[in-house]
Design a protein around this ligand. Structure first.
Ligand code: NAD
Length: 402
C-alpha cells in the first residue's frame, strides 16, 4: 500500500490529529490493480495496466481524474488521490480523494480503440461507478468525450464529471482551474501584497489549460502579464503581453513556438521580478537549484507540486509566500462539484454561476489559510494542511470512524 507524503509530525505540532485519524489518513482505503484486455483481432490483444486508488472517502465519494499515460504508475495514482483528499477538504466540498491510471499511450491507439478501453474500464468498475463510490473526471490523456462514453455506459448524469456541456457537462468547467488560479492571485494581491490588479505584474509558466486561462483572466482584470511560456519556451514584454493574441496563436499552432515577441527561457521566466509567479506547467519546476533565483513577491501554484519540498523551505526562509496547489488549483474540482450537483438535481447552470462557486470556495479556503497562518505563524502550505486536517478529523468524528 502507498504511504502518505504529508508530514504528520509537523502538523501535530499545530493541531490535534488523533492517532486513529492519522492511521486512516496515512494510507489509502483501497488500491486496485487490474488489466484491461481487448481483443483487437485474432492475433492481437490490447492490454493496459489499470490502477484505481481511493485514498479517503470520509467527506464524500472518491473524486479524481483518469490519467491515460503510458508511464503512469500505482505510486503516482496514489499520490494524486491523496492530494484530492486534502484539496476537497480544504475547499469544503463534499468529496473524498481518488484517482485512476490507465497505462497506455492514447496517441498510439485509435479513437475507436480508446472508446473500447474506456468501456472496458467501466465494465470492471461498474458497481462503484453506478453507486457513486467513485466519480471520475478527465486528467492527462483523457477528455470530455471519454467522460461522455462513461456516462453512456451508465446513464447516470452524476456518475462522472468533465462531460461535454451538451451532454450534462458544465459551462465554464474548461476554464475553471485557471479561474481559480486567477482568483487566488487576486486575493493574494489584495490580502497579502496590498496591491490593486492594475498596478501588478505576473509571469505564468505553462500555457495549456490552466496557464492559458489563468493568464487570460489576469490580463482581463488589468494585471500586466509580462511573461508566459510552454514547453517550446516563452515570450516576454515588460510592458505587458497581448495575452488574447498569444492564446489565439497557441490554440491555432498547438504551442507558443511560432508566436511573435521577445523570447525568454523557462529558467529566466521563473527568476523574473514580478508580483505573482504562477507555475502552471508541471511538477518539480522550482527546485533547490533555482529557488534562490525566484524574485517574485508571491508564488501561486497552478500545477500540482511545482515546488519541491527543498525549494519550499528555501522560499520560506527568503519570505516568499507560496499559495499551495491544494488551494490555488482547486477550481477544477470545485467546478466538478457543481457539475455533480447539477447532474443530481437536473438544474441548468451557466458559466457565471460556475465561476461564482469556484471563487466562493477558493475565497473561503484563502481566508482560512490566512487566519491559520497568522494564528500559528506557519507557511501558507502548512496552514492549508492544518485547515484541511481539522476538517478531515471532524468529519471522521461525525461519521463515527474515530
Ligand atoms: P496541459 O497539458 O493543458 O498544459 C501544460 C502546459 O505546460 C503546456 O503549455 C506545456 O507546453 C507546458 N509545459 C510542459 N512542460 C513545460 C516546461 N518544462 N516548461 C514550461 N512549460 C511546460 O495541462 P494542464 O491541464 O494545464 O495542467 C497543468 C498542471 O496543472 C498539471 O500539473 C496538472 O496536474 C495541474 N492541474 C490541472 C487541472 C485541470 O483542470 N486541467 C486541475 C488541477 C491541476
Amino acid at each position: 500500500m502507498a504511504r502518505s507524503r504529508i508530514d504528520f509530525d509537523a502538523l501535530r505540532k499545530h493541531t490535534e490529529i488523533p492517532p486513529s485519524a492519522e492511521l486512516l489518513l496515512r494510507q489509502p482505503e483501497k488500491e486496485t490493480t487490474f488489466n484491461l484486455n481487448l481483443k483487437i483481432d485474432p492475433n492481437r490483444i490490447l492490454r493496459a495496466d489499470c490502477y484505481v486508488v481511493y485514498w479517503n472517502t470520509v467527506r464524500g465519494p472518491a473524486k479524481g481524474g483518469i490519467r491515460f499515460q503510458p508511464d503512469v504508475t500505482l505510486e503516482e495514482t496514489a499520490d494524486l488521490a491523496e492530494r484530492m483528499v486534502w484539496k476537497t477538504a480544504l475547499a469544503r466540498i463534499p468529496f473524498g480523494g481518488g484517482k485512476s491510471g490507465i497505462a497506455l499511450d492514447p496517441r498510439q491507439i485509435s479513437r475507436f480503440e480508446k472508446t473500447a478501453v474506456i468501456k472496458e474500464y467501466v465494465h470492471v468498475l461498474n458497481l462503484d461507478l453506478a453507486h457513486g463510490v467513485y466519480v471520475p473526471a478527465p486528467d492527462m490523456g483523457t477528455d470530455a468525450t471519454d467522460m461522455a462514453v462513461i456516462y453512456g455506459e451508465l446513464h447516470i448524469p452524476e456518475c462522472v464529471t468533465g462531460k461535454p456541456p451538451r451532454v450534462g457537462g458544465l459551462p465554464g468547467r474548461r476554464e475553471a482551474t485557471g479561474r481559480g488560479v486567477f482568483h487566488a492571485s487576486i486575493l493574494a494581491l489584495r490580502e497579502v501584497l496590498r496591491k490593486t490588479p492594475r498596478r501588478a505584474t505576473a509571469a505564468v509558466q505553462g500555457f495549456g489549460n490552466v496557464g492559458m486561462h489563468a493568464a487570460l483572466f489576469l490580463h482581463e482584470a488589468g494585471v500586466k502579464v509580462v511573461a508566459v511560456s510552454d514547453v517550446t519556451g516563452g515570450r516576454y514584454d515588460p510592458r505587458g503581453l497581448d495575452i488574447p493574441h498569444l492564446a489565439e496563436r497557441a490554440l491555432k499552432d498547438g504551442s507558443l513556438g511560432n508566436a511573435p515577441g521577445k523570447k525568454i527561457g523557462n529558467d529566466e521566466l521563473l527568476a523574473l521580478e514580478v508580483d505573482i509567479l504562477a507555475p502552471c506547467a508541471k511538477e518539480d519546476q522550482i527546485t533547490r537549484d533555482n529557488a534562490r533565483d525566484v524574485k517574485a513577491r508571491i508564488v501561486v501554484e497552478g500545477a500540482n507540486g511545482p515546488t519541491t519540498p527543498e525549494a519550499d523551505l528555501i522560499l520560506d526562509q527568503r519570505h516568499v509566500p507560496v499559495v499551495p496547489d491544494i488551494l490555488a488549483n482547486a477550481g477544477g474540482v470545485i467546478a466538478s462539484y457543481v457539475e455533480w450537483r447539477q447532474g443530481k438535481s437536473g438544474a441548468i447552470t451557466d458559466k457565471a454561476e460556475t465561476f461564482e462557486v469556484v471563487e466562493n470556495r477558493i475565497g473561503v479556503a484563502f481566508a482560512d489559510m490566512l487566519r491559520v497562518a497568522r494564528e500559528k505563524k506557519v507557511s501558507f502550505r502548512t496552514a492549508c494542511q492544518i485547515s484541511a486536517a481539522e476538517e478531515l478529523v471532524a468529519s471522521m468524528r461525525d461519521r463515527d470512524w474515530i
